[in-house]
Design a protein around this ligand. Structure first.
Ligand SMILES: Cc1cc2nc3c(=O)[nH]c(=O)nc-3n(C[C@H](O)[C@H](O)[C@H](O)COP(=O)(O)OP(=O)(O)OC[C@H]3O[C@@H](n4cnc5c(N)ncnc54)[C@H](O)[C@@H]3O)c2cc1C
Length: 469
């Protein structure tokens, strides 16, 4: 089977029709570079002697999304639009729910190509679009290395069980898609070709991200990140800096919150602004095979990340307490009546005003920059279990805060990461108060391992800036 075959799946039984263009409905892979769905759409358009039109439908009520997320998303789309135009592919930004807008935009399309998501609402959109359009809809999976069903047909127990299945397939899938030049450019789009008047729904990104944001009815309660700007160029710049300065010692230093020895690419991956295959290929080119920094990075970028996609694809309760394995729920509930050190109201947690200055620092880092250090995310989630009456309430608070403030929130990694704090993808540990057999983490552990005071200091007074030193 070719890559195009194993990454592609038909979402309905309709055949492609005699339409006037091929529509690429961009949703998850918000980039012009290394995008298998885009390249499939251009290739189909070329085969049929048609133009390819790319469309993105922006809804103002995506669950949990706020000004911080929409700003980053639109910064990225603005660059994507420019790059696509330079390639001769029209890009249209529509305002409205995809399941309404895309079927209308596809009314005169010969076929629709889209990308893939592993979360509930975007999956529902795709099913609905496939049901409503008259032509064929093909989904192309471009934001993982190994397509999720090729990796495993079921929910995996742990990273170890998935790793055994992923590793033998990596070489086959670490291939970038071939870039196709559109034979018929679509940039000077004739609106009549789309078969309906879309002008009132179309948003002009050239007038600026803030102009588009001003027209939207979104939650403006969380300000844009003080550190991260969206877009492929910014992702590529960060990747280059990471490869040159940190990859070689990633295995030794990545966990230390005081150093920030990580790639900071998660928000770019979340919004599909950079391809994981491209990142992995660039990392492989930067270090020799078997290099410990490279191996540790590929473990996170591919095995851990794709374990999260496996989890959200196969576990329908991924963002709820019920997603946890029985042993974890049982042990946590056996300890529900254990004495808690503190019970904090949501507002105090949100402000980072607990008695734990390390936890407060992590919370403030997230609120200010939109990205908490990965090691602190584990500690942050574990402490929440101690500060709620029930583990279910703690789980809900973790999802709420993570999705609200993290730029990379509302992502399979977020749901898997939170579930991990409650025992998912982990094993049982010696029994302790409150946690039962679920692994606990303590401030003492942070002090022993890291210069955690330095981290706490940095975020104690609304500090800014990235933590690479
Ligand atoms: C409670 C909790 C909440 C989390 N919430 C999110 C979230 O909302 N969004 C998110 O993307 N990640 C989340 N993670 C996973 C992880 O902490 C972040 O992916 C990582 O910190 C991102 O920083 P980076 O890009 O600098 O990572 P790097 O260390 O540079 O790693 C490179 C890439 O590998 C992947 N990766 C790294 N660590 C993990 C991991 N533990 N699990 C899965 N993939 C990983 C990410 O895609 C990351 O961008 C969460 C983890 C926990 C414990």
């Amino acid at each position: 089977m070719t890559q195009r075959d194993t990454r592609s799946v038909r979402l309905n039984d309709n055949s492609d029709s005699s339409g006037r263009y091929v529509l690429y409905w961009m949703q998850a892979s918000m980039r012009a570079e290394h995008n298998p769905a885009l390249e499939t759409a251009v290739a189909y358009a070329n085969e049929r002697n048609l133009p390819c039109v790319a469309a993105f439908s922006l809804t103002d009520d995506f669950p949990g999304a706020n000004l911080r997320h929409y700003t980053f998303l639109l910064e990225g789309l603005r660059e994507t639009q420019r790059t696509l135009h330079a390639r001769g592919v029209a890009f249209i930004l529509f305002l409205g729910p995809p399941d309404e807008v895309i079927p209308a935009a596809a009314a005169a399309a010969a076929m629709v190509i889209t990308d893939r998501s592993y979360l509930r609402e975007p999956r529902r959109w795709r099913a609905e679009v496939a049901r409503r359009v008259k032509t064929a809809v093909v989904q192309v999976e471009g934001d993982v290395v190994v397509p999720v069903e090729q990796a495993s047909p079921k929910e995996e127990y742990s990273a170890a069980t998935l790793r055994r299945k992923l590793n033998p397939q990596l070489e086959q899938y670490l291939q970038l898609p071939t870039e196709h030049s559109p034979q018929i450019p679509s940039c000077n789009l004739d609106w009549a070709q789309l078969g309906r008047d879309f002008r009132q729904l179309q948003q002009d990104l050239d007038r600026g991200v803030h102009t588009v944001l001003a027209t939207m009815r979104i939650d403006r309660g969380v300000r844009p990140s003080s550190v991260y700007r969206g877009g492929f160029s910014e992702a590529a710049r960060r990747l280059q800096e990471f490869l040159e300065q940190r990859l070689s010692e990633y295995h030794l230093r990545r966990n230390d919150p005081a150093l920030g020895w990580v790639s900071n690419l998660s928000a770019y991956l979340h919004f599909g602004q950079i391809s994981p295959v491209y990142i992995a290929r660039q990392a492989q080119a930067a270090r020799p095979p078997g290099d410990p920094g490279l191996e540790a990075f590929i473990e996170e970028l591919v095995v851990r990340r794709e374990l999260s996609m496996n989890f959200t694809q196969y576990n329908p309760y991924y963002d709820q307490y019920n997603c946890l394995p029985d042993w974890a729920q049982q042990t946590l509930e056996t300890h529900t009546h254990d004495t808690r050190s503190e019970l904090y109201e949501l507002a105090r947690l949100e402000q980072g005003e607990t008695a734990d200055r390390y936890w407060n620092a992590a919370q403030r880092e997230m609120v200010d920059t939109g990205k908490m250090h990965g090691y602190m995310r584990m500690y942050w989630g574990k402490r929440l279990i101690e500060w709620h009456r029930t583990p279910r309430e703690a789980f809900e608070t973790a999802v709420y805060l993570n999705d609200k403030y993290e730029l990379d929130g509302r992502d399979p990694n977020g749901y898997a990461g939170i579930a991990w704090c409650f025992g998912k993808h982990d094993r049982g540990w010696p029994e302790r108060p409150v946690f039962g057999k679920v692994r606990s983490m303590t401030a003492g552990g942070l002090k022993r391992k890291f210069d955690i005071e330095r981290y706490a200091e940095r975020w104690s007074g609304g500090g800014k800036g990235e933590t690479v030193t």
